[in-house]
Write a new protein. Structure first.
Length: 118
């Protein structure tokens, strides 16, 4: 089993920045991909960004150039640096992890609220 714990959310004004953290514990050696999802009220959950164990990254088009995903292997932690935040970034953000060979994300954090005020 893998446990994921998010931190770093909160309230910020338009144009501000936040950094989310996702600390992993447990059988982390089985994990190949780490990701951030978000879900706004009344909308489906969407993949914001992911990072592979090899360091490859990918982003949702609407956050490219503003968000950066990174990992600290020594701390088993993945970060999401969010800059130039917009009200439409308001959502609950979830950390997720996927095991090697799996097509779906197996493990999820509890979610953390990010609110961007206009």
């Amino acid at each position: 089993q893998v446990q994921l714990v998010e931190s770093g959310g909160g309230l910020v004004q338009t144009g501000g920045s936040l950094r989310l953290s996702c600390a992993a514990s447990g059988s982390i050696f089985v994990i190949n991909v780490r990701a951030w999802y978000r879900q706004a009220p009344g909308k489906q959950r969407e993949l914001v960004a992911f990072i592979t164990s090899g360091g490859s990254t990918n982003y949702l088009d609407s956050v490219k150039g503003r968000f950066t995903i990174s990992g600290d292997n020594a701390k088993h932690t993945v970060y999401l640096q969010m800059n130039s935040l917009k009200p439409e970034d308001t959502a609950v953000y979830y950390c997720a992890a996927r095991r090697r060979g799996q097509s779906k994300y197996d493990y999820w954090g509890q979610g953390i609220q990010v609110t961007v005020s206009s």
